[in-house]
Ligand binder design. Structure first.
Ligand code: DX5
Ligand code: ZN
Length: 221
C-alpha cells in the first residue's frame, strides 16, 4: 500500500507575531498540512501556545491543522482543540496513563486521532492502539525544541510500524517529526513514513516554497 506524501511545515519555527502571514506562506508553498506544536512546560521544558491561538489561526487558514500535543494528560484538552478547529490531534503514550481513552475521546470529538512515541519508547507501546488511530507519529528527535539533529536509530521503529500496518491490513499515516531535511527525508520515506514535519529546515531560508520543493525532490531521488 502506498499512502500519498504529505508535507507538514512546523509553525514552531515561524514568526509568532505574524501567524496569519506565516499560514499564508505555508499554504502558498503547497503544503498539505500545518504542524502545530503545543507544549506545556511540563511534559517538555518548552512552552509554546494553546487552543486559543489555534482558534485564531483557524480563521486565517484552510490547511489541515495537525496538532501535536506535548502536554501532560492531553485528554483534558480534547474539547478545546476540537472547538478550536484542529483536524488531527496527536498525543504521546508517555504523557497519560489513559492513552487508549484519550484516542477514543479524540475520535468521538470528530478529529483524526494520532499517537506519538518519543525516541526512547519502543514500538510495543503502540501495538494495542494501532487499530484505533489515523496517524502514528514517530519522533526523530526528543521533543521540546526545533532545530535538533535527526536520530537515525528511530528509522527502525518507522519500519517496524509500517510492517505492523501491513500485517494487520491497516491504513493509518506514518509521520516523522524532528531533524527532517533534504538529507534525512528520503530515508524516512524509504522506511515507510508518508507525512513529513519540517520546521527549521523550511523556515531558515526566505523562500519557503523553494525549500519545500527541495524536500519533495529529495523524495524522488
Ligand atoms: C519538536 C517538535 C517539532 C519541531 C521540529 O518537539 O515536535 O515539530 O518543530 O523542528 P525541526 O524540523 O526544526 O527539527
Ligand atoms: Zn511536532
Amino acid at each position: 500500500m502506498t499512502l500519498s506524501h504529505k508535507m507538514a511545515p512546523s509553525i514552531l519555527a515561524a514568526d509568532y507575531a505574524d501567524f496569519a502571514s506565516e499560514l499564508q506562506r505555508i499554504e502558498a508553498a503547497g503544503a498539505e498540512y500545518v504542524h502545530i506544536d503545543i507544549m506545556d512546560g511540563q511534559f517538555v521544558p518548552n512552552i509554546s501556545f494553546g487552543a486559543g491561538v489555534v482558534a485564531s489561526m483557524r480563521r486565517h487558514s484552510k490547511l489541515v491543522f495537525d496538532c501535536h500535543l506535548m502536554v501532560v494528560d492531553p485528554e483534558r484538552y480534547v474539547t478545546a482543540f476540537a472547538q478550536a478547529g484542529a483536524d488531527i490531534m496527536t498525543v504521546h503514550t508517555e504523557a497519560t496513563s489513559h492513552i487508549h481513552g484519550a484516542l477514543q475521546k479524540i475520535k468521538a470529538a470528530g478529529m483524526r486521532a494520532g499517537v506519538v512515541i518519543n525516541p526512547g519508547t519502543p514500538v510495543t507501546a503502540l501495538e494495542p492502539l494501532l487499530g484505533l488511530v489515523d496517524q502514528v507519529l514517530i519522533m526523530t528527535v526528543n521533543p521540546g525544541f526545533g532545530g535538533q539533529a535527526f536520530i537515525p536509530e528511530c528509522l527502525a521503529k518507522v519500519k517496524a510500524v509500517a510492517r505492523l500496518r501491513k500485517q494487520h491490513g491497516l491504513d493509518f499515516d506514518i509521520e516523522v517529526d524532528g531533524g527532517v531535511d533534504q538529507h534525512t527525508i528520503k530515508a524516512c520515506a524509504d522506511a515507510g513514513a508518508n507525512v513529513f514535519v519540517a520546521g527549521s529546515y523550511l523556515f531558515k531560508a526566505q523562500d519557503l516554497t523553494a525549500q519545500l520543493q527541495t524536500l519533495r525532490k529529495a523524495l524522488d531521488d
